[in-house]
Design a protein around this ligand. Structure first.
Ligand code: GLP
Length: 250
């Protein structure tokens, strides 16, 4: 893993956006893996700026999001589809039919999960996948003890994740208890993984992910085995690293 530490979340976002922009410029038909949560927002704002100011062109690109809550309609304000529309897609020239988010209202969820996997494969696989990090080490919604070989599937959410995500809902009771998530095996097949973590609340889990054992107790630790994984941190999120694994930001 390459670890790069920046001063603040804004710089993390700028660097992440530059990596995505490089990918898109080198191959306009790139398949982008996208994430929700607060962490990638500075990156998305920078991509929108690059599109407007520099003509970064998404017209031939396609995208696959990591996950979606089960039971929320695409236009529900807390659905991940709604988040992606308002925070990114509506501001780019990406074609709507080429953006993919798991269907939280699928009648047959098993079939929908298999179809999602098939769509990723049909697109040629994901070129670059951006990831956030749950406080319990989850990536996507792959909670602790998820199988490292897991594929897109239904994942019951842990109490910790439900509480963490309650800040986006009127009350904790409104947070869905289950989600569809790409599996860890699915994520690991991305040709490049780019994990972003910012803020002091992530410092402990960042240290476990990078310096702890590769263990299903900390799903993100599997990135230690990815051949092209980059971890972008701000100073606060890097605070509990021993220092050996840190590289200065360039
Ligand atoms: C959710 C998402 C994850 C995300 C995590 C962290 O649980 N399913 O993909 O990484 O939250 O969110 P935040 O970036 O807001 O800390």
């Amino acid at each position: 893993m390459e670890i790069v530490v920046f001063r603040d979340p804004g710089e993390v976002g700028q660097h992440a956006a530059q990596m995505f922009a490089r990918q898109i410029r080198s191959n306009p038909k790139s398949v982008l893996g996208l994430a929700t949560g607060a962490t990638p927002l500075p990156m998305y704002r920078e991509l929108i700026r690059m599109h407007r100011a520099e003509g970064l062109d998404f017209s031939e690109a396609s995208s696959f999001n990591l996950d979606e809550y089960i039971g929320l309609a695409p236009d529900h304000p807390q659905s991940f589809r709604h988040f992606m529309q308002t925070e990114l897609f509506d501001h780019l020239n990406i074609r709507p039919e080429r953006t993919h988010v798991p269907d939280g209202l699928a009648v047959d969820v098993e079939v929908a999960c298999a179809a999602y996997e098939a769509a990723i494969a049909a697109a040629g696989g994901i070129d670059i996948q951006v990831l956030g990090l749950g406080a319990n080490g989850h990536i996507g919604f792959n909670e602790p003890h998820s199988d490292f070989d897991s594929r897109t599937r239904v994942q019951p959410l842990t109490e910790r994740t439900i509480l963490d995500n309650a800040r986006f809902f009127a009350s904790v009771g409104e947070v869905p208890r289950r989600a569809i998530t790409m599996g860890i095996g699915t994520i690991m097949e991305s040709r490049a993984c780019l994990l972003l973590a910012t803020g002091s609340a992530k410092a402990e889990v960042v240290a476990r992910m990078i310096e702890g054992p590769v263990s299903e107790e900390c799903p993100a630790s599997i990135l230690q085995r990815h051949t092209n994984a980059t971890i972008l941190l701000d100073e606060l999120a890097a605070a509990q690293l021993s220092g050996v694994s840190r590289e200065p930001a360039s």
